[in-house]
Design a protein around this ligand. Structure first.
Ligand code: FES
Length: 152
């Protein structure tokens, strides 16, 4: 998706171009575009009168922000300790094969992004995969293939 600085301006204007609202502004921009481009960060820093390094500090501190394009469907596999001992490595292999992605990769058509996470807070279900907020306990290759098919 290409960035529209006009959309970025609308978000910034919604908060009155208030530098105090930096995190909320960045969250809204990320929500709109699924990532934060350098062009957008430069523009936002300029509009808010903030140094660029302050925006980089915020965006690299919070894991929620992404500085690279993200797919329309977010796929996460937990590799935390509890999931690891229950077979997270094998699940990650199945997921990577099913979605044809490596961890931290986004598909060329920006349909899927795959990430690993350290704990999702539902260790008893492990190993766990999450697609667009839907949790699945140890899905099989066939179940993963069905999910890939269902995603638009
Ligand atoms: S370690 Fe995977 S959900 Fe906690």
């Amino acid at each position: 998706m290409s960035y529209s600085l006009a959309k970025v301006d609308r978000i910034i204007d919604h908060y009155g171009a208030d530098a105090e609202a930096l995190i909320q502004i960045l969250l809204d921009i990320q929500h709109e575009f699924r990532w934060l481009s350098r062009e957008t960060l430069l523009h936002t820093a300029d509009r808010l009168g903030l140094p660029m390094n302050q925006l980089y500090n915020v965006t690299t501190f919070y894991k929620h922000f992404s500085l690279v394009p993200q797919g329309r469907h977010a796929v996460s596999v937990c590799v935390g300790t509890a999931c690891h001992v229950r077979g997270a490595t094998r699940l990650l292999d199945r997921v990577a094969q099913g979605f044809k992605l490596s961890p931290d990769e986004t598909s060329a058509d920006e349909k899927f992004s795959l990430k690993t996470v350290s704990c999702l807070g539902c260790c008893a279900l492990g190993p766990v995969m999450v697609v667009d907020g839907k949790y699945m306990s140890n899905p099989t290759s066939n179940e993963i293939a069905e999910i890939v098919e269902e995603c638009e």
